[in-house]
Design a protein around this ligand. Structure first.
Ligand SMILES: [Zn+2]
Ligand SMILES: [Zn+2]
Length: 336
């Protein structure tokens, strides 16, 4: 039985007698955007092949010897880890590490760390699980209470900072992120509609790094839709965290954009992929803009103090970037 979890737009279950385009056996799904019927195995191979082709088209792995895969434990990042490990030799990556931040959310974080460890073990992937409380002295729920900042924006800022710190301390060339096409499109369109931001920088398949300051970011799933990932994870039997983050909330604006994109995809299959390709042509790809090093911790900032040092100074009374960097260094050493 194929579990798709929600109403799907880009793929549809097919009935008896429909044949797989590749092998002629009974097909499982119709990939609407590719106008192809595929059996389970060939669908999974198709997803892997498309991801590899996108990576190749954007020269994503050129010169990448040491790679970090940011793992939340959700279906996107765990599927991404599986796909990268399958293509590891073709991509010619020498060292690959999994990285997970344990946010200290009761129940949810234990489950997430457990899944990440298990997935990494299965993939024979060296894994760094960093507990936020060991690094800063507080869990995410405690930081939310102290700072009264919206959970998702605080969590996003902490993750971006700490993932970047690890990538710099490990001297990694790039960090692979699990964001898929649907999330990227919704994020970029909201940013455009609400902020008037044309740069759409987080949409670009590659954000270049700066040696010693920040690693490159690779959005390898940027042409892979959520439906494909759900079915892929299901076919390959990939474990992932099923329960939603307790801080997750419905952003109505994003929900409307998502619905609109889904409707357009349903009426003209392939719409999202061509929209993505058009948008990244106008996106301000590659560069993060001018980078000034934070005066406290040396990590990138826009104004001389990074958002992590600003946040910890305001909420905890002291900019903690420098201390956190040395703690990350110690943790990496003890886990290596
Ligand atoms: Zn087949
Ligand atoms: Zn700083």
């Amino acid at each position: 039985m194929i579990y798709l979890g929600k109403k799907v737009m880009s793929i549809a279950i097919v009935g008896d007698g429909v044949r797989c385009f590749k092998c002629g056996r009974q097909a499982a799904v119709r990939v609407r955007y590719a106008r192809m019927n595929l059996c389970r195995d060939h669908f999974a191979e198709y997803v892997e092949m498309r991801v590899a082709r996108v990576a190749e088209r954007h020269n994503m792995f050129d010169g990448i010897r040491k790679l970090i895969i940011a793992l939340s434990g959700g279906k996107d990042s765990t599927s991404l880890a599986h796909i990268i490990m399958r293509h590891r030799d073709a991509f010619r990556i020498k060292e690959i590490y999994g990285l997970h931040l344990d946010l200290g959310i009761d129940g949810f974080s234990e489950e997430s760390s457990h899944v990440v460890r298990k997935v990494c073990r299965e993939l024979n992937l060296k894994c760094f699980v960093l507990p936020l409380r060991d690094l800063i002295g507080y869990s995410l729920p405690e930081l939310i209470r102290i700072s009264r900042r919206p959970p998702c924006s605080l969590c996003g800022m902490l993750k971006r900072y700490l993932i970047n710190v690890v990538s710099v301390e490990l001297d990694a060339d790039a960090v692979a992120l699990g964001h898929h096409m649907d999330d990227l499109l919704v994020f970029a369109l909201k940013d455009f509609l609400v902020q008037g931001n044309f740069r759409m920088i987080k949409l670009s398949p590659v954000t270049l790094g700066i040696k010693g300051v920040m690693a490159a970011k690779l959005r390898i799933l940027h042409e892979t839709c959520e439906d494909d990932i759900i079915l892929y994870a299901n076919i390959r039997g990939i474990e992932y965290v099923r329960s939603p983050c307790p801080y997750k909330y419905v952003d109505n604006f994003k929900a409307v954009i998502r619905e609109m994109l889904d409707k357009l995809e349903a009426s003209s299959p392939g719409f999202k992929i061509s929209l993505m390709r058009r948008l990244i042509k106008v996106a301000d790809v590659k560069a993060e803009g001018e980078v000034i090093r934070c005066k406290y911790c040396g990590m990138p900032s826009s104004s001389g103090t990074c958002s992590f040092c600003k946040f910890t100074e305001r909420s905890l009374g002291k900019p903690l970037g420098y201390d956190v960097r040395s703690r990350v260094r110690d943790l990496i050493r003890s886990l290596s």
